[in-house]
Design a protein around this ligand. Structure first.
Ligand code: PLP
Length: 422
């Protein structure tokens, strides 16, 4: 569900006309709907209202300060994977006691910073990390609240690059070793056991792997409690998929997801932490791009647009599908043509859609690449010395530029010439 729809023949973001917005801010740009962000947060919190859940938005999905502030104002906590993300969450006023710090490679400096802030917990991914955290916390005279990330060796049935819960993935501690590591953690100075963490992957569209993982999680929780370890929370990670393709089956609803959690973990009486990223932000954002040239190739038509793989890498990195909508509604009633949508970057992998049946766009035509609100802008680069693109947020009839496009001077000024080239 999202707030991008046609009104008076033009695609709108909430009540903002995207054709006028394109004229005003220039293309390409990301556009986020604040109502959609809020709606997704609310739907998820309502589905989990009886489960004493804290919803920590996965900042890595979209870390714009305006996105974080919008969700923070709804009461969201944050799941961060670096000091930078932690600083972003704190900068918009998210209370430290609603922040979870995840990731396999936290440095001692990052640990010390997070301990100083007083975060809700560290999701610890290995024994060496646990030992380092114990030493940093002890030196600071603090106790680090932890959950050990357990790798259940469950296949999340998603793209290999976003599957994290198999034994061959770098994430977490093997399930069979977890109980012993908790025993060890209990004896370590500076460590306060708070919970257990699992996150088996992203864009999950089948709840059965979640059910398998949560069943294992419940068994481990019972074992730990019988060992006399007092747990406060179970962190179930994120991973619920979103509809990227309007013609594909719908992913499970938040209610269905909550139902699985209730079945597997409801009777333990522990607080639940969720770390959704894509489910909140994915369909709340689009990428608006303009056709530069229509190129008739030997075998097919290429729509060469002003956005490229450096702006949205998901199609080439994950073979991801993004629906493409014309901003002018009239194009939808014209006979479609099979075309490639490609950018100006000098790479064959630079495409937004391949062999896609799309309206006959002409030069200057505007299109919206849908479902680009998560893992879009955050993964952008300046490859080919292309400027990072503008980000806009809409709110009813209002819009605001929430990240202006840098200038070429800004881009070039980031480099320094060494003295000898003086
Ligand atoms: C990426 C990630 C998430 C968010 O995943 P989504 O699929 O966007 O919900 C949550 N937790 C951890 C540990 C992650 O790495």
């Amino acid at each position: 569900m999202h707030h991008f729809s046609y009104k008076a023949g033009v695609l709108h973001a909430e009540d903002v006309d995207l054709s006028s917005l394109a004229a005003s801010v220039g293309t390409p740009f990301y556009c986020y709907s604040s109502a959609t962000l809020e709606h997704h947060y609310r739907v998820l919190s309502e589905a989990f209202r009886d489960l004493n859940a804290l919803i920590c938005f996965a900042v890595k999905a979209n870390s714009n300060q305006a996105v974080l502030a919008t969700l923070g104002a709804q009461g969201a906590g944050m799941d961060v994977v670096s000091e930078g993300e932690l600083r972003r969450a704190r900068a918009v006023g998210v209370p430290a006691n609603k922040i979870i710090f995840a990731g396999v490679g936290k440095t001692r400096e990052e640990m010390a910073y997070a301990l100083g802030e007083g975060i809700l917990g560290f999701n610890v991914e290995s024994e060496p990390e646990l030992l380092a955290l114990s030493s940093v916390a002890s030196e600071l005279g603090k106790a680090a609240p932890i959950a050990i990330r357990v790798n259940p060796d469950v296949d999340a049935k998603t793209h290999a690059k976003i599957s994290t819960g198999k034994s061959e993935n770098k994430f977490g501690v093997p399930y069979v070793d977890a109980r012993a590591l908790y025993q060890k953690a209990r004896e370590l100075p500076g460590i306060d056991i708070a919970g257990i963490h699992m996150h088996i992957g992203s864009q999950i569209t089948d709840l059965s792997p979640m059910r398998s993982a949560f069943t294992l999680l419940a068994d481990l929780a019972k074992d730990l409690m019988s060992d006399g370890i007092a747990l406060r929370h179970l962190d179930l990670g994120g991973g619920l998929g979103i509809p990227y393709d309007a013609t594909a089956p719908m992913p499970p609803s938040p209610e269905d997801y909550a139902g699985v959690v209730r079945d597997c973990l409801g009777d333990l009486g522990l607080k639940v932490v969720l770390e959704p990223g894509r489910m909140i932000a994915g369909n709340a954002g689009i990428l608006v791009t303009r056709v530069i040239h229509v190129k008739e190739g030997a075998d097919k038509t290429f729509l060469i647009v002003d956005a490229a793989m450096n702006d949205l890498i998901r199609p080439t990195l994950y073979e991801a599908h993004h629906d493409i909508w014309p901003v002018a509604q009239e194009l939808r009633s014209m006979p479609p043509v099979v075309q490639d949508v490609v950018g100006p970057v000098c790479e064959t992998g630079d495409y937004l859609a391949l062999d896609r049946s799309l309206p006959p766009f002409s030069e200057g035509g505007l299109m919206a690449v849908m479902s680009a609100g998560a893992y879009g802008s955050v993964m952008a680069s300046t490859y080919n010395s292309r400027l990072l693109i503008t980000e806009v947020m809409v709110h009813g009839e209002e819009f605001a530029v929430i990240r202006p496009r840098p200038t070429y001077e800004d881009l070039i000024a980031q480099d320094r010439l060494p003295k000898w080239l003086g």
